[in-house]
Structures are given as structure tokens and as C-alpha cells.
Ligand binder design. Structure first.
Ligand code: GTP
Ligand code: MG
Length: 381
């Protein structure tokens, strides 16, 4: 039975591709009438996944997906063009809305007039441009927060932990707790709203091989959750170099579109590959440019999918600084300016850790004391 289902699934996908290739919309309609609907709903996809993998998809994280406007809702964009765009990595309205007509006409193979019209329509649909303060506040109303496990640290971040639609960066020396906070957040995002979570899944991009399933299980036990199920709701990918790290971001829109209720994107570490690959002084400009592009892409993802983004960053000794802590974050201002919240983490007395908030747009700079415990981050050891 499993084999049959798997083949049917593959066949469906293949037929769909073929149809996209040789039709301009008409054939698809005929096919849909004859065979029924082509596009599977999230529920169907999940059922198939369950059947094929023989696993129960966690009921808790089954969040209703709101219907977003799709590319084919735009004038001049049929299924064939949409398929071409998807191949070019343009999955959602927002990505299209921010393209230039020339880039769109290149990627989609349509005339620049059609491209211009589609972009205009996408911008209107998404309500891009200026909005008054009240409307802006409304747009931010669906922001959610994820608890760090430490009340002190939550309070430093405004009360409820790290915020969606923004990037939180933690930088600090080795052992300061950056990875431990990553793992804690990957677990806590799965908690229901009333317990400081977002009832969703985590995507974990691991560049240093520091993701530890056993550690995740311990932290899950700490919040009274089922360790195996928690682990299943963390989608981990190992990034082998900076290009790969970039590529993985493209997958996220794809997954969200497929109905994965992703609520946090974690990158541990953001800068390690960039730092290693662009080591020389002469390569600094290239590295910064690439990092800049990466940060922008992160922000775009955070905004379009209402994700919380948490990235870790290393520090380097800064010999030019004579007083205070002589460490600076890698990536400097590029990363710093793109991050909405910057935390500087360091070890302190008796195994405690101190987090310092730097340059926040709406919160006072301050410090919080926390501990890394076997159950993740806490106020007390
Ligand atoms: P780098 O990635 O090396 O730059 O460091 P990091 O900031 O990511 O450090 P990380 O978050 O991995 O912190 C490691 C520290 O967390 C260890 O030195 C321990 O002090 C602490 N830690 C890790 N696991 C446990 C645990 O199971 N129990 C307790 N109590 N502490 C732990
Ligand atoms: Mg680490």
C-alpha cells in the first residue's frame, strides 16, 4: 500500500509538471475538470506524509494556514509562468512585488509590459507603500513572542522573549550560551501561546555541527513535553558553506507554502562560514556584501511569514579597543544594523551568564542575568 501511495504521489507531481510545461492555462482547466482538483490541500499532504512515513503528524502543531494570495492570482501570470517563477525561486507575492520589471520579465519570459502590470498588481494586493500609524500598528498586531526560558532575559527583550517579524542576534565568546539559547528556542516555539510559545515548528540551520538531539530532548523534558515529538518538529539542515547556507533560505518559503507551520528560523552560526571563506583582508568587501544580502533575505522572510529569526554570531578580539571588553561581533555594522535586537552574551561569576541588550529600536539598553541549566536557560542555576 505504501508503495502505491508513494507512486501515486510522484505521478501526481509529474503530471502536474508536464501540464505546466505544455499548457497556457486551458489544458490545466480541462484536466482539473476531468480528474478533479490537482492541487492537494495541506491536510491531504499531511495524510500522505503520515501514510508514507507511518508517523503521526503532531496534532498540536497543526495550525490552520490562512489562504495567501498566490502568483496565479496576478494578471498575466498563468500556471506556466508561475511554474517558471517557482523554478527561479520566486514563490510568493512579496518576492514578486519587490522585483524590477526587467528582472521579472527575464525570469518569467514575459514582456516587460506584462511584468510591470503584474508587479503593480502584487504591490496593490500586498498594500505596500506608506501606511498611517494606526494601520501600521495593526499590521504588527499578529507579532508573536517566544520565551527564552529565563524571565530576566525575556524582560530584557521587552517582556515576552524574542519577537517575530524581526531578527534577534546573539553574539559572544565560546561557551557564552548562544547555542544553548538556540536549542531552547527551538523547543519553546512549540509551546502553546499561553505558555510563551507560538504553537509552531522550528527551522534550524546548523553551520557548525552543534545541533544535539540529546540536548533538545533534555530541554523538552524541562518543559514537560514529549522529547521525541519535540524533536520531530525541528527541521534541521546542515549548511556546508556560505552558498549552501544561502540556498537553504530559499527552501523556507517553499516549506511554509506547503503548509509547514514554521514560527522560528534559527541560524547557528550566522557568520562562521563567511568568516572562514573570506579570510583575507582583501576579501572583506565581498564578504560584507554577501552578508548584507543574506541579512536582507532573512528580514524579508521574517516579514513575509511572520517568523522570529534568531542568529548567533562570534566575536573577535579587537586590539584597537583599550578599555572595556575588547571584543567585537563578526560582520560588524552590516549584521548589527540589520538585526532588530542585538544581545551580547558573556560568562559571569559562579557559572552565571549576562546578556546585554544593545541599540534596540524601542527598548532601553540593559542587562539580564541567566543560567544555562540541563533544562535550558533559566533565571536560577
Ligand atoms: P560557541 O558556539 O563555541 O561560540 O559557544 P556558544 O556560545 O554557542 O556556547 P554554548 O551555548 O554551546 O554553551 C556551552 C556551555 O553551556 C557549556 O560550557 C556549559 O557551561 C553549558 N551547558 C551545555 N550543556 C549543558 C547542560 O546540559 N547542563 C548545564 N548545566 N550546562 C550546559
Ligand atoms: Mg555554539
Amino acid at each position: 500500500l505504501q508503495l502505491i501511495i508513494r507512486n501515486l504521489f510522484a505521478l501526481n507531481v509529474r503530471v502536474k509538471e508536464q501540464i505546466f510545461i505544455w499548457n497556457n492555462g486551458k489544458a490545466l482547466k480541462i484536466f482539473m475538470k476531468k480528474v478533479g482538483k490537482l492541487k492537494m490541500t495541506t491536510k491531504e499532504v499531511e495524510e500522505i506524509k503520515e501514510a508514507v512515513e507511518g508517523e503521526e503528524v503532531s496534532k498540536k502543531t497543526k495550525v490552520k494556514v490562512e489562504k495567501e494570495p498566490e502568483l496565479i492570482d496576478l494578471p498575466g501570470i498563468g500556471p506556466a509562468v508561475a511554474a517558471k517563477l517557482e523554478n527561479a525561486g520566486v514563490f510568493d507575492m512579496m518576492s514578486l512585488a519587490v522585483m524590477s520589471p526587467a528582472a521579472l520579465s527575464d525570469a518569467a519570459g514575459v514582456s516587460s509590459a506584462v511584468a510591470r502590470k503584474a508587479i503593480q498588481a502584487a504591490r496593490t494586493m500586498l498594500d505596500l507603500g506608506f501606511s498611517d500609524g494606526i494601520a501600521f500598528a495593526k499590521k504588527r498586531a499578529n507579532v508573536h513572542y517566544i520565551t527564552t526560558g529565563s524571565e530576566n532575559l525575556n524582560n530584557l527583550l521587552g517582556g515576552k522573549g524574542i519577537e517575530s517579524r524581526s531578527i534577534t542576534e546573539a553574539f559572544g565568546a565560546f561557551g557564552s550560551g548562544k547555542t544553548q539559547l538556540s536549542l531552547t528556542l527551538a523547543v519553546n516555539v512549540q509551546l502553546p501561546l499561553e505558555r510563551g510559545g507560538a504553537g509552531g515548528k522550528a527551522v534550524f540551520i546548523d553551520t557548525e555541527g552543534t545541533f544535539r538531539p540529546e540536548r533538545v530532548k533534555q530541554i523538552a523534558e524541562g518543559v514537560g513535553a514529549n522529547p521525541e515529538k519535540v524533536l520531530k518538529n525541528i527541521l534541521v539542515a546542515r549548511a556546508f558553506n556560505s552558498d549552501h547556507q544561502m540556498l537553504l533560505l530559499e527552501k523556507i518559503s517553499e516549506m511554509v507554502k506547503a503548509g509547514e507551520p514554521i514560527k522560528i528560523l534559527i541560524i547557528d552560526s550566522l557568520t562562521a562560514h563567511f568568516r572562514a571563506e573570506y579570510a583575507g583582508r582583501g576579501q572583506l568587501a565581498d564578504r560584507q556584501q554577501k552578508l548584507n544580502r543574506y541579512m536582507h533575505e532573512l528580514m524579508r522572510l521574517a516579514e513575509t511569514h511572520n517568523l522570529a529569526v534568531y542568529v548567533t554570531n562570534q566575536v573577535m578580539a579587537n586590539p584597537a579597543q583599550m578599555f572595556g571588553d575588547p571584543t567585537t561581533a563578526i560582520g560588524g555594522n552590516i549584521v548589527g544594523h540589520a538585526s532588530t535586537y542585538r544581545l551580547y552574551l558573556r560568562r559571569a561569576k559562579q557559572g552565571s551568564r549576562v546578556a546585554k541588550l544593545i541599540d534596540s529600536p524601542n527598548l532601553p539598553d540593559g542587562e539580564a542575568i541567566y543560567y544555562v541549566t540541563s533544562h535550558g536557560l533559566r533565571d536560577k542555576a
